[in-house]
Design a protein around this ligand. Sequence first.
Ligand SMILES: [Zn+2]
Ligand SMILES: [Zn+2]
Length: 198
Amino acid sequence: MAGAALRLEAEINYKLASMNLVHLLPVGNIDTALLESVSRSLPESLPVRCEILAFPFDPAAVYHAERQQFHSSEILQRMQPLATRSWRLLAIADVDLYIPILTYVFGEAQIAGPCAVVSAFRLRQEFYGLERDEDLLRERLLKECVHELGHTLDLRHCQDYRCAMASSHAVEWIDLRESTLCHSCRSWVEAGRRFDVA
Ligand SMILES: [Zn+2]
Ligand SMILES: [Zn+2]
């Protein structure tokens, strides 16, 4: 019986250790400082913890030469087998993402989880011919991470333009958003018990 009790204890410890744990998956040669900034700031916006995974995801296979972009839905598909031990698996990229019906996307997520991907590529001021601003980049990336994680928690787009779940088709809209959920989105997540409680 001791063996069974130990196994049960190990299982419980594993469950506690993986509660609300977001694994951050580096894509290609994403800047480590950006990953670390997400890892530090995400727990201030959502009741989660972060861990940066050591193995990067190679996006070469989802590159489409005819568009010179990377297909975000294919990234999500390829992440699926990696997500079996993750509460949420969030890929952070620095390449131009798209889905076939749109010119580009800032990120994409599986509604109700567990995988999501965001990219810093179009969040940089330099992309728009403006002066580099690292603080603004980190802020935008955080907001995008909260937004896509929100989708993995089954949240849809919110009408409140300040909410992290507001839709955004341009970077200016991201700047209007807060990095947190509005009261109504937060209540919805709490009512649906989307976060693990010990
Ligand atoms: Zn969205
Ligand atoms: Zn909202």
